[in-house]
Write a protein that binds this ligand. Sequence first.
Ligand SMILES: NC(=O)c1ccc[n+]([C@@H]2O[C@H](COP(=O)([O-])OP(=O)(O)OC[C@H]3O[C@@H](n4cnc5c(N)ncnc54)[C@H](OP(=O)(O)O)[C@@H]3O)[C@@H](O)[C@H]2O)c1
Length: 304
Amino acid sequence: MLSRPLGRTGLEVSEIGFGAASFWGHPAFPESEALGLVHRAVDLGVTLFDTGPAYSRGQAEARLGRALAGRDASGLVVATKAGTRFEGGRVRRDMSLDAIEASLELSRRRLGLETLPLVHLHGPSVQELVPDFLGGLERLRGRGLFQRLGVNSFDPAVIEAALALPEIDTVMVDINVLRPERVALAARAAAAGKGVLAGMPLAMGHTAPKSWRNLRLRDAWYLARALKNHRADRAAGRRFRFLHGRTDITGSQAALAWVLGVEGVSAAVVGTTRRDHLEDCAAASGRSLPPDLAGAIAEAQVLS
Ligand SMILES: NC(=O)c1ccc[n+]([C@@H]2O[C@H](COP(=O)([O-])OP(=O)(O)OC[C@H]3O[C@@H](n4cnc5c(N)ncnc54)[C@H](OP(=O)(O)O)[C@@H]3O)[C@@H](O)[C@H]2O)c1
């Protein structure tokens, strides 16, 4: 597994990160399988783990903490979020400094970490990123609650605003073959010295053909999420079916090679509930995209 510098943070992260989120953290996904995936990821050289207090109905962060308990986490970059929590059956957003402080304290406890290596504000608005707020966050950083601060947003205006802020070290954006418009944004972020993490790098699996035979609960869960929230991506993904079914590279490796080829990207954070998928993704590190495939992706992106 290759590593890359994360902007100017002084951290290095594995090219493939592990997303401790979605069905992985869901109570319906067996704990032993979930923990086994984290341990396998560490064995494969993954050093970046991304989670959040609101992920998986509020269960993912504590599960990641249990997976890492008793292990030496000093070489790992464990990234979490602040500004959202799961409460009363839904995700609640609260970007107040008091709520963030409480959230950071809970995250430290759940993850079993003295200090949080990296925290992303989870979907702040441009209007919230004001000097008073950022000054308050710096005081929390000064107290050692966290080390590096990032912004996670899929709104380019928020990311653009973050690029001008010296307090912000990293940005986490959705970067995948369905989002060619992110290429310029990632390059600007890197030029501004920010570390860039690609979330949803497999376009949530929407490019892959689906077989409805042997459908498992996890597949039904991802399908329900796609039908509820991501119908447009599901439709757009069909134009990239050609990524799959080759003999020289798997579809997911091709999708990840494209993401890792975007200027400025430090790591692609994948979500998976399957060991063979994890191993497939890990093997994308260091792979380059076959030129004919790069051309076909560019063509499909123009048509999208
Ligand atoms: N989605 C968001 O809104 C969001 C927001 C902020 C941050 N993030 C971060 O980004 C991470 C990844 O996002 P994501 O999970 O939504 O999307 P993703 O990584 O783009 O795609 C995940 C989907 O791809 C499938 N998959 C994974 N590896 C595969 C392989 N080798 N072959 C075939 N299918 C494969 C997974 O199914 P299997 O379980 O069957 O492998 C799952 O359905 C999150 O865990 C989180 O850390 C996401």
